[in-house]
Design a protein around this ligand. Structure first.
Ligand SMILES: Nc1nc2c(ncn2[C@@H]2O[C@H](COP(=O)(O)OP(=O)(O)O)[C@@H](O)[C@H]2O)c(=O)[nH]1
Ligand SMILES: [Mg+2]
Length: 259
């Protein structure tokens, strides 16, 4: 058979270098149209964010073994230390994106009874361990910029400004001017909006001690368990509190994989 064997699957052996941490960054495709069609509230809809978080949870339940997932808007950043599928890029990108997409479609159906096919793209960013915090701080800054811009954009739209003009106006304004605009027109203080809108949402495992009884001796024993946590009240990743939190999540998992 002409196509038998892997000779023609020329990309299948492209792998992440062994033992190198990496992020998979996924972004919803055409989510502007989707969120309009589904009539999610603008600029932020908690239910949309919940669907994103629940979709990302699927990745923690499918033996892919991620360390954490950072979510804002229609973007999900998933950190891995030990690469699934022996680090094969094609496999990782396609399986992560398709799990997210099917989970999102199902959630949309279960919550809203809306039947829609949706898709996420996926890209891989290998990263030295010492730059993981920097990467997350960069995405969180994007979340913050997105937050100010979205509020200001919809403030202008509600005033009757066209989408094109609103986009042009926003480009010319400084961050403080955007804050003023939203406060003046809507009475919303952009420093006081819900934390998840400003700083995003993080998924990770947290360890806790569970008390049990040794069946043989009857003695009380403590065992370490872990649970998946969704944190909607994040600190700024670049602050001491944020850095400590991220380092602890990474350290806990490092000690588990024993590297
Ligand atoms: N209504 C609504 N839309 C959202 C929300 N979060 C993200 N979006 C939409 O998702 C889009 C994400 O941006 P981008 O990826 O650049 O757009 P895309 O190419 O259409 O997916 C935003 O422009 C919003 O239209 C939300 O909470 N509510
Ligand atoms: Mg998108």
């Amino acid at each position: 058979m002409f196509f038998k064997g892997s000779r023609y699957e020329i990309f299948s052996e492209i792998r992440i270098p062994y033992n190198v941490p990496f992020f998979v960054r996924c972004d919803g495709r055409n989510f502007h149209r989707l969120t309009n069609e589904v009539k999610f509230k603008k600029p932020y809809d908690k239910e949309f964010a919940e669907i994103m978080v629940n979709s990302a949870k699927t990745l923690f339940k499918n033996n892919l073994n991620p360390i954490l997932a950072y979510i804002f808007s229609d973007e999900i950043n998933i950190l891995f230390f030990d690469a699934p599928f022996n680090g094969r890029i094609e496999k990782i990108d396609s399986v992560v994106a398709s799990l997210l997409s099917s989970a999102f479609s199902l959630e949309l159906y279960l919550r809203r009874k809306i039947v829609k096919t949706i898709s996420f793209d996926a890209r891989i960013i290998p990263i030295p361990e010492k730059r993981i915090l920097e990467y997350l701080a960069w995405r969180q800054l994007e979340c913050w910029r997105n937050h100010i811009n979205s509020y200001a954009f919809y403030t202008l739209i509600e005033k009757g400004v066209s989408r094109e003009d609103a986009a042009k106006l926003l480009k010319g304004l400084k961050s403080a001017e955007l804050h003023d605009l939203v406060f003046r027109e809507k009475g919303i203080n952009l420093a006081k909006t819900p934390t998840w809108q400003r700083r995003g949402i993080l998924l990770y495992f947290e360890e806790y001690l569970k008390e049990g009884v040794n069946k043989l001796t009857g003695e009380k024993v403590l065992t370490v368990r872990r649970k998946l946590v969704e944190n909607w009240e994040l600190p700024i990743f670049n602050s001491p509190e944020g850095k400590n939190m991220l380092l602890k999540i990474i350290k806990d998992r490092r000690s588990r994989v024993g590297t």
